[in-house]
Design a protein around this ligand. Structure first.
Ligand code: NAD
Length: 499
């Protein structure tokens, strides 16, 4: 499937994946206590790319102890905020200097298009680091003119301080491994915390590289640690009493386990979880724009996007045009490895996940649903699923209700905007939604009624570091981005002075 334009992997990336990886603790690669190793695969070929440590509870304890010692020694929070900002900006510069290698490494390990790896995974992440670095110097409390009446004659002045919360555990999924690690890392560091990042066992490589670049930028040893591993490692981290805050991104079932473990220690936590996100297209849509929006929202990163559009509700007057237009494009999309910039659909992250998505599709076929695109096997090495468009789907079909996390669109007609609203909201999830219309009155009537943490209008999926992101309902607890990210990594202390 390669063509002349296929990216040639750099020598630096080839050398990196061949390393004998340990755990990144206390500013260096350390030998692990665990003797188990995890194989890391190239999703485009199914070949083993690298092996990493499958850390156990002893390894996790060591990483947390190092992060705690660095926090208690104030090697990071004790710096002037402007110095923390400068180091984080230097980290952004290093990411930029190594952008192509980081993008190639992510594509090799995750399977995604090199175009997305360059522009989003690395490019947007650099923007995010620079935005968050600026927060280091802008964390403020309040002064309070309090009215405490006794003892008579005493006056009081109170103020609040925003203090770094302590040692953070950042638990990361496999769909945007570098970007989501940084979503946790950089606001935590801007706030003065130390951190242990646990990448997904499928995609651990870029986190290990990030730790080296952060050290090079001047983040002191012990402030940013990486433990690689699977469920045991994640569970040990979530249950560790030395962790002050867990910032978790992943599936809703795992998020519930993390929240339950956290509460036992009163560890603070935020959960960014799954989604089954609707796109609602009203009668006045520009059909071409709506089709492009559904494609971008649904097939971006092979649909392995928590906020992906996967339920497409289209007003009956435009339904056929949109459904057929989507199907024509989906049927013509080219499949190929992420290193081929011309390939439009790339492999899913793992054989296991490909099989899960195939099972969702097989159930929809067994239910007799109407496939306009996809639903056929792929004769390529690697973990591919064809872009799939399923039409006229009844609202109670599993494919409309379950998070598939693959390139699968279910299209449903509606007659009235309020009917579309009811269908869109009738889901346990509430991460994101999009509305497609220029009918301002109807849009502004619907926006407040949509149960989702983000509502896009005439677009689906753009994010900005300053725009809060997180879920209603089973899609999570808490918000990332903007001032909310910083808020989540600080404790508020009230100080009351009698005078
Ligand atoms: P997952 O829940 O299986 O795993 C997420 C992380 O948790 C991994 O690092 C995993 O090793 C770790 N983990 C597993 N068991 C654990 C435990 N008991 N305690 C602590 N950690 C544990 O999710 P995934 O399959 O890696 O990612 C896909 C899911 O992530 C989808 O549901 C998707 O919607 C969600 N996601 C959400 C967002 C968001 O911002 N809301 C973003 C990306 C992905």
């Amino acid at each position: 499937m390669s063509n002349d334009a296929t990216v040639v992997v750099s020598d630096a990336v080839r050398a990196f994946v061949q390393r004998d990886f340990g755990l990144f603790i206390g500013g260096a690669q350390q030998r692990a206590h665990s003797e188990r190793r995890l194989d890391v695969f190239n999703p485009a070929s199914g070949e083993r790319l690298a092996t990493v440590v499958d850390a156990d509870a002893t390894d996790v304890d060591r990483a947390v102890s190092n992060a705690r010692a660095a926090f208690d020694a104030r090697v990071w929070s004790g710096l002037r905020p402007a110095d923390r900002e400068r180091i984080l900006l230097r980290f952004a510069d290093l990411l930029e200097a190594h952008a192509e290698d980081l993008a190639q490494l992510e594509t090799l390990n995750q399977g995604k298009s090199i175009n997305i790896a360059r522009a989003v995974e690395v490019g947007a992440t650099i923007e995010y680091v620079r935005y968050m670095a600026g927060w280091a110097t802008k964390i403020t409390g309040e002064t309070l003119d309090v009215s405490i009446p006794f003892p008579p004659g005493t006056r009081y002045t109170a103020f609040t301080r925003k203090e770094p919360i302590g040692v953070v555990a950042g638990i990361v999924p496999w769909n945007f491994p570098l970007m989501i690690a940084v979503w946790k890392l950089v606001p935590a560091l801007a706030a003065g915390c130390t951190i242990v990042i646990k990448p997904s066992p499928e995609t651990p490589l870029t986190a290990l590289r990030l730790a080296e670049l952060a050290l090079e930028a001047g983040v002191p040893a012990g402030v940013f640690n990486v433990v690689t591993g699977g469920r045991e490692c994640g569970a040990a981290l979530a249950a560790h009493p030395g962790i002050s805050k867990i910032s978790f991104t992943g599936s809703t079932p795992t998020g519930k386990l993390v929240g339950t473990a956290a509460v036992q220690n009163m560890t603070r936590f935020s959960l960014e979880l799954g989604g089954k996100n609707p796109a609602v297209m009203l009668a006045d849509i520009d059909v071409e724009q709506a089709i492009q929006g559904a494609l971008a929202g649904g097939f971006f990163n092979q649909g392995q996007v928590c906020a992906a559009a996967s339920r497409i509700y289209v007003h009956r007057s435009k339904y056929r045009q949109v459904a057929e237009g989507l199907a024509d494009i989906a049927n013509a999309m080219t499949l190929g490895p992420g290193l081929d910039p011309a390939a439009q659909i790339n492999p899913l992250v793992s054989a296991l996940h490909r099989d899960r998505v195939d099972q969702h599709i097989a159930r929809a076929q067994a239910a007799g649903l109407k496939f306009l695109a996809g639903g056929k096997p792929v004769d390529l090495p690697g973990y591919y699923v064809r872009p799939t468009v399923i039409a006229d789907v009844p609202h109670d079909a599993a494919i409309v209700r379950d998070e598939v996390f693959g390139p699968v669109l279910a299209i449903v007609p509606f007659d009235d905007p309020l009917e579309a609203l009811r269908l869109a909201n009738d889901s346990p999830y509430g991460l994101a939604a999009s509305l497609w219309s220029n009918d301002l009155k109807t849009v502004m009537n619907l926006v407040p009624q949509i149960e989702a943490g983000t509502v896009w209008v005439n677009c689906h999926v753009p994010l900005d570091p300053g725009m809060p992101f997180g879920g209603f309902k089973q899609s999570g607890i808490g918000r990332e981005f903007g001032k909310y990210a910083i808020e989540g990594f600080t404790e508020t202390k009230s100080v009351c002075i009698a005078h």
